[in-house]
Design a protein around this ligand. Structure first.
Ligand code: B12
Ligand code: SF4
Length: 542
């Protein structure tokens, strides 16, 4: 093996493939707008910035291009890793690298949560790279051929490096990420963020955030930036400082970017904060609503959502120009036969178009997993996704524990909600609701060429969706209503309509596969009943 600390070491960084069908895998929409995948691999370009800068890096994102033999031949060392839905792909990269005799370094969320599954890697770098990559590099210096690196220490975000944005091809992605903070002050039972990153949000300074914006600007990037924080408003005092700096910078640079992020619902209680977000052109916010029922929210310890009118909160956020995407979960202990209806009502009345509904999954290393283990209800010790082409993600292949309600009822409720909310009529009703309440500022102005490209995409969408038998009429009706009643939200209406191409396919896949699972469960129930009956009868005869 080469001395890996030499100058010019060739380091291949692989973004492993995500499982095929996922709420976030809107590849069709990407294709429509000329991109290949929604989000750029921020974790890996951060890793590249933490490794020796005299190395020669090549990033291959297996979601946008083929990972070829020649890439393995080129490399002296391979870095790979990621989330649970990338597990199979990461493991196969390790195998292949070994076939080429190349050492592999693995890290990221899933290897950090379940290191036992990645023991085949040569170097297993657990947790935050800012802390553990230096430990790995020290071992390399000592000539160690393998190792596992972990630390109880958390990274100091004030010392964070600027990710190597120069390594990615911007045109492949719809959005690029910036991370301003890690951790969240809340304490939801099912959440692994607080276990991995802590409950005290650690934040970058305004100067650091501006430095990253400037780096992207200097590289010629324009458009959508996603603040990939666990909870953007975890430390409200600090984020307000950052937002005023971003406003000043954006004004000086003629608003080259617009933004999205993830936040808790108490964002709706802070008008000043929402105004500041609107001032710099935040357009989307993802909120974990999980359930509209207070009893269920109390059990999962999501206290900030209790006693809140979700509809009012969401409408208020729309009024500051931000479209709300939200997460919902089915499968909690104290659900009832009203759960599905309540969820449908909440999603429909608040007009949430992009509602990510999953079945509860006890992620490794959470309070929920520990409780279920204590109660003897957890099915498996580790979480694996075996078939990335048929399994979607850990949300839709959820319920890895014994439910309190009959499992079949939970599945039926799940499918009932999915069928309802992604029925074209109901989806487009929500698009109208959102767009009539939305007050976008659209400060980011695309360049002339970008405008031309968008116009072209719009015509393509009109051809694709506008003449579709099922949704054509709904599409035109939605556009006409929005044009006449709230013209400035027309871009949002077109974007949300385009997203339906993805939701239609995704929901059809979920409906078909869940229906099949329901049928299997019903058959096995019938078989059990039949056996009971047979047993009962034979007993009688005896
Ligand atoms: C932004 C984000 C997304 C974005 C963008 C993802 C992307 N492609 O970059 C979107 C919204 C698309 C997304 C989607 C999903 N996400 Co997500 N996401 C996040 C979030 C909030 C931030 C990730 C991030 O960019 N962090 C910033 C970078 C700098 O950190 P990082 O990636 O962790 O990398 C650091 C270390 O992990 C380490 N590292 C990472 N890789 C490697 C590799 C090597 C070799 C080494 C040495 C080190 C190393 O070093 C880095 C620097 O410290 C995290 C939460 C979190 N705080 O991690 C969840 C998170 C990663 N997501 C998660 C999940 C489950 C999902 C979904 C499956 C949700 C769903 N049900 O659909 C989907 C799957 C996506 C898909 N395409 O199918 C889980 C993963 C859980 C797990 N145990 O694997 C997390 C942790 C959230 C959670 N609640 O648990 N996600
Ligand atoms: S608000 Fe979100 S990030 Fe914070 S603890 Fe709850 S689920 Fe986790």
């Amino acid at each position: 093996m080469k001395n890996l600390l030499e100058d010019g070491i060739k380091c291949l960084i692989v973004q492993s493939k995500f499982s095929k069908f996922s709420f976030w895998n809107y590849k069709d929409v990407c294709k429509l707008v000329g991109a290949k995948y929604p989000a750029a691999p921020l974790g890996l370009i951060t890793v590249a910035a933490l490794l020796p800068q005299q190395w020669d890096f090549k990033i291959i994102d297996a979601n946008v291009e083929f990972l070829l033999d020649e890439h393995f031949e080129w490399a002296d060392i391979i870095c790979c890793g990621g989330m649970l839905p990338q597990q199979q792909s990461t493991l196969s990269v390790i195998n292949k690298a070994h076939r080429y005799g190349r050492p592999v370094v693995v890290g990221g969320s899933d290897p950090s949560s379940q290191p036992e599954l990645y023991q085949s890697a040569d170097y297993l770098v657990i947790g935050e790279g800012e802390v553990t990559i230096p430990m790995f590099l020290q071992d390399l210096e000592r000539g160690c051929k393998s190792g596992e690196y972990q630390s109880v220490e958390k990274a100091d975000m004030n010392e964070a490096v600027v990710p190597r944005y120069d390594l990615i091809k911007f045109k492949d992605y719809i959005q690029v990420g910036i991370q301003y903070s890690r951790g969240c002050p809340f304490n939801c039972e099912f959440c692994d963020i607080i276990e991995l990153y802590g409950r005290k949000p650690r934040t970058k300074t305004s100067d650091q955030v501006i430095k990253e914006l400037q780096a992207l600007y200097n590289l010629g990037y324009r458009g959508h930036i996603d603040f990939v924080d666990d909870n953007f408003i975890g430390n409200r005092k600090s984020i307000k400082k950052v937002l005023s700096a971003v406003k000043e910078w954006s004004e000086a640079h003629d608003y080259p970017f617009y933004f999205s992020t993830e936040s808790s619902i108490n964002l709706a209680d802070d008008d000043d904060l929402m105004q500041m977000m609107q001032d710099v052109d935040f357009r989307f916010v993802f909120i974990g609503i999980e359930s509209p029922e207070d009893e269920i929210l109390r059990l999962m310890n999501k206290k900030m959502n209790v006693n809140k009118s979700i509809t009012n909160a969401i409408n208020k956020i729309y009024s500051y120009g931000m479209i709300v995407n939200a997460g919902f979960i089915i499968g909690f202990d104290n659900e009832t036969d009203k759960t599905a209806q309540n969820m449908i009502k909440c999603i429909q009345e608040s007009g949430i178009c992009m509602a990510m509904l999953g079945m509860l999954y006890a992620l490794p290393n959470t309070q929920l997993t520990r409780r279920l283990e204590r109660e003897g209800r957890l099915f498996e010790e580790s979480s694996t996704l075996s078939a990335t082409d048929t399994e979607i993600d850990q949300m839709t292949t959820g319920l890895n524990f014994m439910t309190t309600r009959p499992r079949l009822d939970v599945f039926k409720d799940y499918i009932q909600v999915i069928k309802y909310i992604y029925d074209p009529r109901h989806y487009f009703e929500r698009v109208v609701h959102t767009c009539l309440n939305l007050k976008p500022v659209n400060k980011y102005k695309p360049s002339f060429w970008m405008m031309l490209k968008r116009l072209f995409v719009f015509f393509e969408l009109c051809l694709k969706v506008g003449f579709d038998k099922k949704i054509g009429r709904l599409y035109w009706k939605t556009l006409v209503i929005v044009i006449f009643k709230n013209l400035r939200a027309v871009e949002a209406a077109v974007n949300l309509a385009a997203m339906y191409i993805h939701f239609y396919k995704m929901s059809k896949f979920i409906i078909d596969s869940t229906d099949e699972a329901i049928k299997k469960m019903e058959d096995s129930e019938r078989e059990k009943d039949h056996k009971k009956l047979y047993f009962h009868q034979t007993n009688h005869i005896c």
